[in-house]
Design a protein around this ligand. Structure first.
Ligand code: KIV
Length: 277
């Protein structure tokens, strides 16, 4: 089903108004060509700090810098006309104080032209989210599994199995919404918890491994395209196997170069036409 008849760029208030309506379609993008391919099909593109792992080969998202996020954020904005583009704030650029978060978020907004930023965290980030949203920086929240906290929680396990953990995540979601976030990523949580959060907060919940109970969905694009073979989480559905397509193309190219089949007459300037027999 396509619901995209929008001529203008989708705004943060447009996304916020989708609470309880047609599910919000979100994907990640890190480059201009990929953003161009996705733009017509999504409502929101997230320049996720997952690019640390997907593009740069780091083993967590912690290594990404503000300058990297700004370069990729600007590339994605250049590749889009329609999607609302949100850029992740990297680890260490917003947790220290609301003032530091504002200085760094303002750079992201000004230097990329994006529509807002995403920050991970619950109640402990509420003051910062309030500070940012009150000063012109729309904030996309992120609760549940938070990859920037991988070292404090000890891995990438799904969250909210135990009542106490589920209650804490629900309280976090409420705090983030009350602080002024326009939408909320819920990552890797049990289905009943995602359902409860979605009912409890007045902003759209965007699930990744959090079930269809959410108001929208997001996946890492390279996962759904089969381009990131290192690890496929349970919640990913692979809609294509482009990794295999790339390997096949490289294999055919290598074979043709070695057998002097490439370049052929069509790819050569001023080649003599082949003699007719
Ligand atoms: O960094 C990212 O790509 C994300 C999404 C997985 C939500 O935070």
């Amino acid at each position: 089903m396509s619901v995209s008849t929008t001529a203008h760029r989708i705004t943060v208030p447009d996304i916020q108004a989708r609470k309880g309506g047609v599910p919000v379609v979100c994907l990640t993008a890190y480059t201009t060509p990929m953003a161009r391919l996705l733009d017509d099909h999504v409502d929101l593109l997230l320049v996720g700090d997952s690019l640390a792992m997907v593009v740069y080969g780091f083993d967590s998202t912690l290594a990404v810098t503000l300058d990297m996020m700004i370069a990729h954020g600007a590339a994605v904005v250049r590749g889009t006309k329609k999607a609302c583009v949100i850029v992740d704030m990297p680890f260490g650029t917003y947790q220290e104080s609301p003032q530091l978060a504002f200085r760094n978020a303002a750079r992201v907004m000004a230097e990329t032209g994006c529509g807002g930023v995403k920050v991970e965290g619950g109640a402990e980030m509420a003051e910062t989210i309030h500070f940012l949203t009150g000063r012109g920086v729309p904030v996309f929240g992120h609760v549940g599994l938070m990859p920037q906290s991988v070292h404090t929680v000890g891995g990438y396990r799904a969250r909210g199995r135990k009542n106490q953990d589920a209650a804490a995540i629900l309280a976090d979601a409420r705090a983030v919404a009350e602080a002024g976030a326009f939408a909320l990523v819920i990552e890797s949580t049990m289905e009943p918890l995602a359902r409860r959060i979605t009912k409890a907060v007045p902003i759209p919940t965007i699930g990744i491994g959090a079930s269809a109970a959410c108001d929208g969905q997001i996946l890492v694009t390279d996962d759904l395209l089969g381009l990131f073979p290192d690890f496929t989480p349970k919640f990913v559905k692979r809609y294509a196997e482009l990794g295999r397509v790339v390997e096949k193309a490289a294999e055919s190219y290598a074979d043709e170069v070695r057998r002097r089949r490439f370049p052929g007459p069509d790819q050569v300037f001023g080649a003599k036409p082949a003699k007719r027999r």
